[in-house]
Design a protein around this ligand. Structure first.
Ligand code: FMN
Length: 219
């Protein structure tokens, strides 16, 4: 697969949450997904166990079912739409309302179009984490994040856009039924829509200044 001409630093700073610039019309070859995942599995894994899996969803009926679950989660009490409504109600000015609406626009766009995204990748981990201590959870399902991020970086390097999402997990069991995942033994940790991007140039994100989040020797 052709690789974009990006330096490693460019790759790390321009792998963005892509939602509005996903190309729903261009098919994604299964080989490119395999290639990205074969790179991803090189990521560190707790205790060398590699007890994680990636479920790739291409079937349109299954994608539609997952999108409906995702949408239900955004509309559930306490979900994304509720949150936005409360934030707008508490906003001090018209500008703040406009900012909030703008901020939520990409997420809303994804909610409306998720079924059109040609590939959904679901990272999964063997074993459920609900009853584990915080420390055990970090080593358990936290173990799949490095591989997940490697997958997203590899995808970006090949012109694919991704966004890590977790909203459908409010109804994880329903998604497990759609995908025949044995819910009691295997936990989904997210859903990554994958598609070629419309254009390949992305800017680094605006983030807090490093000094606000960097602690050296002491908090
Ligand atoms: C753990 C995690 C969960 C996320 N869940 C969602 C989600 O459910 N839906 C969504 O649209 N974006 C989700 N995002 C993406 C963030 O909203 C996104 O990273 C943020 O908008 C900043 O975008 P940027 O990384 O391109 O700067 C999630 C990101 C992370 C790290």
């Amino acid at each position: 697969m052709p690789i974009l001409d990006l330096s490693i630093d460019e790759l790390l700073t321009t792998t963005r949450a892509v939602r509005k610039r996903l190309d729903f019309t261009r098919p994604v070859e299964p080989e490119v997904i395999r290639e990205c995942l074969s790179l991803a599995v090189q990521a560190p894994t707790p205790g060398s166990m590699q007890n994680w899996h990636f479920l790739v969803v291409t079937d349109s009926a299954q994608r539609a079912a997952l999108a409906a679950i995702y949408r239900k989660s955004t509309q559930a009490p306490g979900g994304q739409e509720d949150m936005l409504k409360h934030m707008i109600a508490a906003a001090a000015s018209e500008e703040e309302v406009a900012d909030l609406t703008r901020m939520f626009a990409p997420t809303r766009y994804l909610t409306e179009h998720l079924h059109e995204v040609p590939i959904h990748v679901i990272p999964c981990i063997e074993g459920r984490a609900e009853n584990l201590s915080g420390a055990s959870q970090a080593g358990h399902w936290g173990g799949i994040w490095p591989a997940t991020w490697s997958f997203m970086l590899a995808a970006r390097s090949r012109g694919l856009g991704t966004v890590l999402t977790t909203l459908h997990l409010d109804f994880e069991r329903e998604a497990a039924d759609v995908l025949s995942i044995p819910y009691d033994q295997v936990m989904q940790v997210g859903l990554i829509p994958v598609a070629y991007t419309l254009g390949t140039t992305f800017k680094p994100a605006v983030r807090k200044p490093l000094e606000n989040v960097l602690h050296w020797d002491r908090w």
